[in-house]
Design a protein around this ligand. Structure first.
Ligand SMILES: NC(=O)c1ccc[n+]([C@@H]2O[C@H](COP(=O)([O-])OP(=O)(O)OC[C@H]3O[C@@H](n4cnc5c(N)ncnc54)[C@H](O)[C@@H]3O)[C@@H](O)[C@H]2O)c1
Length: 276
């Protein structure tokens, strides 16, 4: 049976867990060859193994998207391995919460780096293989291949969120980046959209009391949502529950697929109705 992404190559950052892992799995099932990035090699390789076991094609390229030279390296690896790049999903990230009057410069910059600067650099690194190739195809009178970028945003960005000045700023910043790329690259047939998630059940939204951490540059950063606050969230969501990573991935697939071929510069809210 034909898949929605047959013959396409997708690069997904932060795809060892949660929304990124579900997206990589779904994309592969729909026929894409997938480049699975994550900060942690082990979960990235596990996602690749599961995709291969199901008959799909994928490679793991572990690494930190905030390392200045990593975007060029991973994009080049994707193209050297699979011959081209059709879809870039900027998904990698984590939170480092704190009220604004106590937020350090490091806390601010770390979150801006992972959620705004890294996606910018990845898009810039992809330009030769997305923008320039499409320009060449058009110059030769050919219809460009399908190409698109999907940036992961958040309701914290769209509405603000107490304790997340850094994250909210970055997640709104990526909306500006999304709309700008849509305007710059639309004439090459390249679409650029964002998905703003609300409350999706992943490691990022586990109870903070569980003590989950992300280790970046030798520093352990606590992630998660305090249990008392976590219990309140479903009450604010019309559908009354968290979304699953698979439900989140479905929205990313829609935007990547031909079903959204006339959608660009859009922010799709996937929230169970939160914030409406
Ligand atoms: N879960 C939610 O409710 C929610 C809501 C809104 C937005 N988001 C966003 O969705 C995206 C995915 O998060 P998730 O909920 O699936 O969390 P997750 O922790 O399950 O997965 C995120 C993955 O990104 C990886 N990662 C983190 N920093 C990285 C880096 N510098 N380089 C490479 N990989 C890195 C982590 O190792 C992890 O495997 C993030 O951008 C997050 O901000 C999540």
């Amino acid at each position: 049976m034909a898949g929605l992404l047959d013959g396409q190559v997708a690069l997904i950052t932060g795809a060892g867990r949660g929304i990124g892992a579900a997206t990589a799995t779904l994309f592969a099932r729909e026929g894409a060859k997938v480049v699975v990035n994550d900060l942690n090699a082990e979960p990235a390789e596990a996602v690749v193994a599961a995709i291969r076991e199901a008959g799909g094609e994928a490679i793991a390229v572990p690494g930190d998207v905030t390392a200045p030279d990593f975007p060029e390296t991973i994009v080049r690896t994707a193209v050297e391995t699979f011959g081209k790049l059709n879809i870039l999903v900027n998904n990698a990230g984590f939170t480092w919460d704190g009220v604004i009057h106590k937020m350090t410069d490091e806390q601010w910059q770390t979150i801006l780096d992972v959620h705004a600067t890294a996606p910018f650099r990845l898009i810039r690194a992809a330009a030769p293989y997305m923008r320039d190739v499409a320009k060449q195809e058009l110059a030769e009178g050919r219809t460009p291949e399908p190409r698109c970028i999907i940036n992961v945003s958040s309701t914290s960005g769209l509405h603000g969120n107490a304790g997340q000045a850094n994250y909210a700023t970055a997640k709104m910043g990526i909306v500006g980046l999304t709309k700008t790329v849509a305007k710059e690259w639309g004439r090459f047939g390249i679409r650029c959209n964002a998905v703003a998630f609300g409350y999706i059940d992943t490691r990022l939204t586990q109870p903070k009391e569980k003590g989950e951490t992300v280790e970046v540059a030798g520093r352990k950063i606590a992630i998660g949502i305090p249990e008392a606050r976590r219990e309140l969230i479903p009450m604010l969501i019309p559908l009354g529950r968290a979304g699953t990573p698979e439900e989140a991935a479905g929205a990313v697939l829609f935007l990547a697929s031909p079903l959204a071929s006339y959608v660009t510069g859009h922010v799709l809210e996937v929230t169970g109705g939160y914030g409406i």
